[in-house]
Unconditional design. Structure first.
Length: 120
């Protein structure tokens, strides 16, 4: 798998491009989604930013738990977001941990620790 690092612009950090000649197809993306997310729902979610969807989900979660706020709320939320992020990047790099760690901006050993923690 060919990987190249290129500067996107002066104001943005370098980007890691994996298989630039082969962008991820919509069918590949749909296969990578969890079973409860249909193609129709995925298309509707595409109209919103990632930040907006995450904010909505966090707000709804907090509404559901009411006034009880667990002490480890930050780590609990980060774990829920980090696991699918790692899974998607690992799938898209064909399991190549060096490339995945570079894309994520973390050390390969940190990636391996997180993979073990999440059961990858």
């Amino acid at each position: 798998m060919e990987t190249s690092i290129s500067s996107v612009s002066a104001s943005r950090p370098a980007a890691v491009v994996v298989n630039a000649a082969k962008p991820v197809a919509a069918a590949t993306t749909e296969k990578a989604l969890s079973p409860e997310i249909s193609g129709e729902l995925a298309q509707r979610l595409d109209t919103y930013s990632l930040e907006a969807v995450v904010e909505l989900k966090i707000a709804r979660f907090l509404d559901q738990i009411g006034t009880f706020y667990p002490e480890n709320l930050h780590s609990m939320i980060i774990n829920k977001v980090e696991k699918p992020l790692l899974g998607q990047i690992l799938r898209r790099t064909g399991g190549n941990q060096v490339h995945a760690a570079r894309i994520l901006g973390i050390n390969r050993n940190t990636l391996r620790k997180k993979m073990k923690m999440y059961g990858f």
